[in-house]
Design a protein around this ligand. Structure first.
Ligand SMILES: Cc1cc2nc3c(=O)[nH]c(=O)nc-3n(C[C@H](O)[C@H](O)[C@H](O)COP(=O)(O)OP(=O)(O)OC[C@H]3O[C@@H](n4cnc5c(N)ncnc54)[C@H](O)[C@@H]3O)c2cc1C
Length: 298
């Protein structure tokens, strides 16, 4: 276990925004995670699991409490027959490639965006018609009381970009996938093809967190925001991407408050014009979430 007080979270997120973690802990075993989670519960300190930081907006003031990152043994991947057991700290893209090379199909569509296995399970991440729940058998988690438990996919109550891990606060330490047989060459080619398609649609070479809002039923947040004329709209160092209106980019020196200001503007414009209230897909941490919920009247 490694402890790093005051570690910058801007460097740990794809938006490159955010102040320091009061304490960043790197844990390399399930036992270490149990100890950290139990200690945080005992001392009533908030604890938050960090993946690749690709769906996070961190306050500029930083995060109070413990930020937990999974490393070492919690990034290991094992394949047995059609089953893939992956440590929650492993990048999903690596797991997908490893499975494809072993002739196992099902994770290709989930390989084109930055995500750990744990972050992907928490978000029920998805792309091109596949969601992680479609191939997930179960997840091993450490509950907030420090106890380890195996949860089936149904027990996680997966829905569009969410699971009940948001409420339970349990930390995923390992995930078990069941995949289908496939031709390794064809699967690797499919991964490359889907990734190329994705990079055509998204801004490249500029910090962002993918989709900022969830798509409302039967429509696209990007289409609605674009229709309100907000593409390219700037606030401080942040801007609504010219390439995709549901993506906010950090053009350099953006603060969390800049991103939130653009999110509010987009949400209000879409609500006024279309009567649709957009819900954030990006995870707002700490005071940012409280402030957003308060203004949204929740
Ligand atoms: C360019 C780009 C493209 C994207 N495209 C897509 C896409 O097509 N589809 C899609 O679904 N998403 C997409 N995203 C969003 C993001 O990649 C996913 O939400 C991803 O699954 C987040 O994983 P992460 O490991 O980075 O989690 P983080 O961003 O670090 O964390 C997200 C949430 O997961 C929780 N979490 C992380 N690890 C654990 C764990 N071990 N146990 C419990 N909770 C945990 C965190 O506490 C946090 O609440 C995109 C992002 C970018 C930057």
């Amino acid at each position: 276990m490694e402890l790093r007080p005051g570690e910058s979270l801007a460097r740990a997120t794809t938006l490159r925004i955010g102040g320091p973690a009061e304490l960043l802990v790197e844990a390399s075993s399930e036992r270490a995670v149990e100890r950290v989670v139990a200690a945080a519960a005992r001392d009533a300190v908030p604890l938050f699991a960090l993946g690749l930081g690709s769906n996070l907006l961190v306050p500029d003031e930083g995060v109070h409490g413990v930020v937990l990152r999974l490393v070492g043994g919690l990034r290991r991947v094992r394949i047995r027959g059609r089953r893939v057991s992956a440590g929650a700290g492993a990048p999903l893209a690596q797991v997908a490639r490893k499975a494809a090379k072993a002739g196992l199909a099902g994770l290709e569509a989930l390989s084109g965006f930055p995500s750990t296995v744990g972050g992907g399970v928490y978000m029920n991440a998805g792309a091109y018609g596949t969601e992680i729940k479609d191939v997930l058998v179960s997840a091993r988690v450490v509950e907030r009381d420090g106890r380890r438990r195996r949860l089936t996919t149904a027990q996680l109550e997966p829905a569009y970009r969410r699971t009940n891990l948001r409420e339970s606060g349990a930390v995923v330490v390992r995930a078990l996938f069941e995949l289908a047989p496939g031709d390794p060459k064809a699967l690797l080619a499919r991964i490359d093809e889907l990734n190329a398609k994705r990079w055509q649609a998204l801004p490249s070479g500029v910090a962002n967190a993918g989709s900022i809002f969830k798509n409302p039923p039967g429509d696209y947040a990007g289409r609605l925001i674009e229709a309100c004329g907000l593409k390219g709209k700037e606030h401080g160092g942040a801007a609504i991407s010219e390439r995709h209106a549901n993506v906010i980019v950090n053009r350099g020196g953006a603060r969390a408050a800049d991103v939130v200001a653009l999110m509010r503007e987009a949400r209000d414009a879409v609500a006024e014009r279309f009567g649709i209230v957009l819900e954030p897909e990006v995870v707002l941490l700490g005071a940012l979430r409280e402030e957003w919920n308060r203004r949204a009247g929740r």
